[in-house]
Design a protein around this ligand. Structure first.
Ligand SMILES: Cc1cc2nc3c(=O)[nH]c(=O)nc-3n(C[C@H](O)[C@H](O)[C@H](O)COP(=O)(O)OP(=O)(O)OC[C@H]3O[C@@H](n4cnc5c(N)ncnc54)[C@H](O)[C@@H]3O)c2cc1C
Ligand code: FES
Ligand code: FES
Length: 462
């Protein structure tokens, strides 16, 4: 039996945990304000909020695409649809700003836009306009025009900037500012009352589901009958911390949690902006690093970044115990990985870089956000105080059957970085790649693109 709260009411169901949340919301609960268009996480029409109890006894809310979210992933959670943020008589403050700025025309995208903006209200540290715009990066509108939506977002960030921005006090502030209805104050207690500990175990026929943002696009029908094991049930895998030598990331950590992590930003400040190019907020809030690695796409953004950072993975074995291997040893061929049935990625370890170093990520895709790459690449390079190259790692995606780590770069160790050396490095990289013609571009185009992107790594700091 799955239990969760939808808007202000507790819901129990025996339906298969692979049932897609939007179908449950619209067809079982009859909350038809949540709209469906692409059913692939691409448009944001189906955006809802998912809240879960946090360590301080409050509830932490994330905007998510409900069209690729299985109900098994929202056990013990608070689901908020557009019906759940309506006030009895008036519009809520976000809806009012949408109206005042003429930011809705046919209205099909509007519920999703309101919920994404509420995600901003609940999570932005300083209520900045940039954060408001970033919260909308997964929401498409085909008729209003984005200028009026941006104006509404701007108005919202200005109104909220006057308020106390403490995250712990956030729900109280938003309730007293007529952004959220009052029942939100009772949700922590309601979630505590319904919380149950799942007793799922992995067996050899289980499909492991993390965010589901790959799985529920690839085979949604089969998964509604399959035996599922939800990584979200492993609360022990939700951490980012550091020890003396590594940043340690639990196997349930999402791309958005990684993007906002203080530990990660301390060593790689560019990561916060780089990962804006990974899908969109409503997907990053569910998509995990481990899912990106296991999916084994040759163009996975997280994978390409982690390969350049020389990451290791810790795998929990089926008979207990763990084994550890370098991420680049995990890939054995196109979509072939070193992972047995019942094994899960428990942890990802990033070595903490020493001395003076540069990290950079480049990606080209058809659209700026919400799109996977044609070609992507990351670089990590140490340079000593005399400008001499130390360890150098470059990864490249979309140019080989597997996410690639470029070989033979040790030859540049000890050279002073200059334009001549940069040209030689670019040549070494492009010699090693074997792209193919596909929907994302011709082999010739991708090779040329990689050449430009590797040169761009150096332009970012040299
Ligand atoms: C619209 C859209 C845009 C996207 N844009 C991008 C993009 O810009 N860049 C990009 O890289 N990707 C993109 N993706 C792909 C996807 O979001 C990512 O690959 C994501 O990181 C997958 O993580 P997940 O947790 O959702 O994986 P899931 O779908 O839950 O799982 C993926 C695979 O990993 C396995 N798995 C998951 N966790 C574990 C674990 N801990 N141990 C063992 N196996 C595990 C699953 O069994 C499955 O085989 C996009 C997807 C969509 C739908
Ligand atoms: S229906 Fe398009 S993202 Fe869900
Ligand atoms: S108002 Fe019509 S799609 Fe946005």
């Amino acid at each position: 039996m799955l239990r969760f709260v939808v808007n202000g009411r507790v819901v129990e169901t025996d339906m298969h945990p692979g049932t897609i949340l939007i179908d449950f919301i619209r067809e079982v609960l009859n909350f038809t304000g949540t709209k469906e268009a692409c059913r692939e996480g691409e448009c944001g029409a189906c955006t809802i909020l998912v809240g879960s109890l946090d360590a301080n006894g409050g509830v932490s809310y994330k905007s998510c695409a409900s069209c690729i979210l299985p109900i098994g992933n929202v056990r013990n959670c608070h689901i908020v649809t557009i019906e759940g943020v309506n006030f009895e008589k008036n519009l809520n403050a976000v809806q009012q700003l949408i109206m005042d700025n003429s930011a809705s025309q046919c209205g099909f995208c509007t519920p999703g836009i309101v919920l994404s903006l509420l995600g901003f209200c609940l999570n932005s540290k300083k209520f900045s306009y940039d954060d408001a715009i970033d919260s909308l990066d997964g929401n498409l509108c085909r008729c209003t025009g984005y200028a009026s939506i941006s104006n509404a977002a701007k108005g919202l960030s200005e109104v909220l900037r006057e308020k106390n921005s403490d995250i712990e006090e956030r729900v109280n502030v938003l309730v007293s500012s007529s952004v959220l209805p009052e029942y939100f104050l009772k949700i922590p207690e309601m979630l505590t009352d319904i919380s149950s500990v799942p007793n799922g175990k992995i067996s050899k026929d289980s499909v492991i589901v993390a965010g589901g943002t790959d799985l529920f696009v690839q085979k949604p029908e089969q998964l509604q009958e399959a035996k599922l094991f939800f990584i979200s049930e492993r609360k022990d895998l939700n951490y980012i911390r550091q020890d003396k030598t590594h940043i340690l990331i639990g196997g349930a950590v999402t791309v958005e949690e990684f993007r906002n992590s203080e530990v990660v930003n301390k060593y790689f400040p560019a990561m916060k902006d780089d990962l804006l190019y990974h899908s969109s907020m409503i997907l990053r809030n569910r998509a995990t690093l481990a899912g990106n690695i296991v999916n084994a796409s040759p163009i996975g953004d997280m994978t390409i970044i982690l390969l350049a950072l020389n990451a290791l993975i810790v795998i929990e074995c089926k008979r207990g115990g763990t084994r550890e291997l370098a991420l680049d040893k995990f890939y054995r061929g196109y979509k072939k990985i070193d992972l047995e049935k019942c094994e899960i990625i428990r942890e990802i370890k990033i070595p903490i870089p020493k001395g003076n170093y540069y990290y950079n990520f480049e990606k080209v895709s058809n659209r700026k956000t919400l799109d996977i790459a044609a070609v992507n690449t990351a670089l990590l390079m140490q340079v000593d105080k005399n400008g001499k190259i130390g360890d150098l790692r470059i990864s490249a995606g979309g140019v080989a059957p597997v996410p690639l780590v470029v070989q033979n770069l040790a030859q540049f160790k000890g050279n002073v970085l200059d334009n001549n050396i940069i040209r030689k490095i670019v040549d070494v990289v492009t010699e090693q790649v074997t792209p193919i013609d596909d929907i994302r571009g011709s082999a010739k185009y991708k090779k040329l693109l990689l050449k430009e992107l590797v040169a761009a790594h150096f332009k970012s700091f040299y």
